[in-house]
Design a protein around this ligand. Structure first.
Ligand code: CAO
Length: 472
């Protein structure tokens, strides 16, 4: 029988995605859960798996197509019987609805922070093909950003600007959806751009010129990069030019936006993890027997969630436009994962309520999903702070960049055995170097020092909290 494969709910605030690459062709046999299409949403690049095994009968979309949630992308010929279909479809729909519900719950706080985004996307969707359009759109969406998404904020920093922005809501602008998207990605408030096209229509050149001007005025380095004239490298030797893939573009945009907008300060400390390492060795078999690997990162997740409970500012976001600090009452932590496509940051939710064993399992599964291109945009949303552990690779210390809208990130370097002077003699101790990058607009140096010391002391006394939290 034939089965329709549709674009499922990807995340609570995403209702469409673009086809980047078709991974199968008509006539190909596919397994259940095999990835069939590489797609890109506003939030991330991901691969769409099929729910069924079968043979590809028809492909309904092409590369570059914009696909709505629920739209049929492919038709498979499967071997199962007709009667089973409605039930399975229903079940798949139920699961999808449940997932959507969970995602909505998970991101409820985040949604509150960006209520206009979905609204604006909907408006764009409803007029996708009009090349020239005039709409009233709220500018809030242009100011939203996301670390995975790489959008740049153009937030107002003080009241007069906010009032000006309110007036702008009532202004009409003529710009196509692609130009609005470009403006969002460059952090440009489209209501401030003067259109030079026919009937004052805003062109991509107008948006880019505005963005350059904006960054120049703020003394940022992106303008320098854009304006920077590349030397002719071929005059020095052989070169090869390759396009930046979409993940790398998103990472690049997100990193520069973060670096330009957040006044970073870096703080360093060292934890004596000799006892912790003995503990890890002792219990690793126990954890392994439950199908997980007890790693430093899993333990740090637990410790960090407790530190966030004790220091709520580090679990907050800074809303400069409204002059507010948003304290979050949930403890979701992102973990930087090194994949062959680049850095991805899946989020582990409600870390404070989970045991180290379940955190170890979840971390392993998420890291594998990220590396196998099975990670979905929703898996990477809603993180309050992040851990970046480069210790498995090497290095004595580093200064990670904060993922907006977080206000801090914990960097973890390699544990080494060092001589430590204790009770009048040098003793070999296992030392874990930690770095904390924090947003100095919200967090003061002394608070950062106390926060990182708290983490070090928790690691130095592992038995105090190791098995806290309910099993999930
Ligand atoms: N010091 C010493 N060894 C460490 C360590 C540390 N800080 N952290 C991990 N290791 C060791 C582990 O013990 C493991 O050794 P064995 O194989 O001998 O047991 C090995 O390194 C690999 O660890 P892992 O990757 O399996 O486990 P993890 O849970 O500690 O890390 C993850 C998971 C996803 C964080 C990691 O795999 C990863 O991708 N790290 C890179 C993150 C990154 O790219 N950050 C930069 C982002 S830019 O800010």
């Amino acid at each position: 029988m034939t089965r329709e494969i549709k674009l499922p709910e990807i995340a609570s605030n995403i209702d469409h995605a673009t086809v980047l690459a078709l991974l199968v062709s008509v006539g190909d046999k596919v397994e259940k859960d095999q990835n069939i299409i590489e797609m890109e949403s506003d939030k991330a690049t991901f691969e769409l798996p099929t729910n069924y095994a079968g043979t590809v009968k028809e492909i309904k979309v092409g590369e570059g197509d914009d696909v709505k949630v629920g739209q049929v992308v492919m038709i498979l010929e499967t071997e199962d019987e007709e009667p089973g279909e409605p039930q399975q479809e229903e079940q798949a729909n139920d699961e999808s609805q449940q997932k959507q519900q969970q995602a909505k719950e998970h991101t409820a706080e985040a949604e509150k922070e960006k209520p206009e985004k979905k609204e604006e996307d909907k408006k764009e969707e409803s007029k996708p093909q009009q090349s020239e359009e005039t709409t009233h759109q709220k500018p809030e969406a242009e100011k939203q950003d996301d670390p995975e998404q790489g959008q740049v904020k153009d937030k107002k920093q003080d009241k007069p600007d906010v009032e000006e922005q309110d007036n702008e809501e009532h202004k009409e602008v003529a710009a196509s959806p692609s130009i609005r998207r470009l403006a969002r990605e460059l952090g440009v408030n489209i209501y401030r751009v003067e259109g030079t096209g026919p009937y004052e229509r805003i062109t991509s050149e107008d948006v880019k010129a505005y963005a350059k001007d904006m960054v120049k005025k703020s003394g940022g380095s992106a303008a320098e990069q854009e304006d920077y004239e590349m030397p002719d490298f071929s005059s020095f030797g052989q070169v090869e030019r390759k396009p930046l893939d979409s993940i790398r573009q998103k990472i690049a945009t997100a990193m520069s936006a973060s670096w330009q907008n957040i006044p970073h300060v870096f703080h360093f400390d060292k934890a004596d993890v000799t006892q912790l390492e003995a503990f890890r060795k002792k219990y690793s078999k126990h954890v392994e027997s439950q199908g997980a690997k007890l790693t430093v990162t899993a333990i740090l997740l637990k410790v960090l969630s407790k530190a966030l409970e004790a220091f709520p500012k580090f679990n907050a976001s800074l809303d400069m436009a409204n002059a507010e600090i948003i304290y979050k009452k949930y403890y979701n932590i992102g973990v930087a994962v090194d994949t062959d496509r680049g850095l991805l940051v899946p989020v582990i939710r409600n870390v404070n309520n989970k045991s180290i064993v379940s955190l170890s399992k979840e971390l392993g599964e998420l890291a594998e999903k990220a590396r196998n291109k099975k990670i979905m945009p929703d898996d990477m949303q809603g993180g309050n702070m992040a851990i970046s552990n480069l210790g498995g690779i090497g290095g004595t210390n580093f200064t990670p960049i904060i993922y907006r809208p977080n206000v801090a990130i914990l960097g973890v370097s390699r544990t080494t055995t060092e001589p430590v002077f204790i009770d009048g003699e040098f003793k070999p101790r296992m030392i874990l170097p930690l770095s904390l990058s924090y947003d100095h607009r919200l967090i003061d140096g002394a608070e950062a020092a106390r926060f990182l010391r708290w983490i070090c002391e928790a690691l130095e006394n592992p038995f105090l909290m190791m098995f806290e939290g309910g099993e999930q």
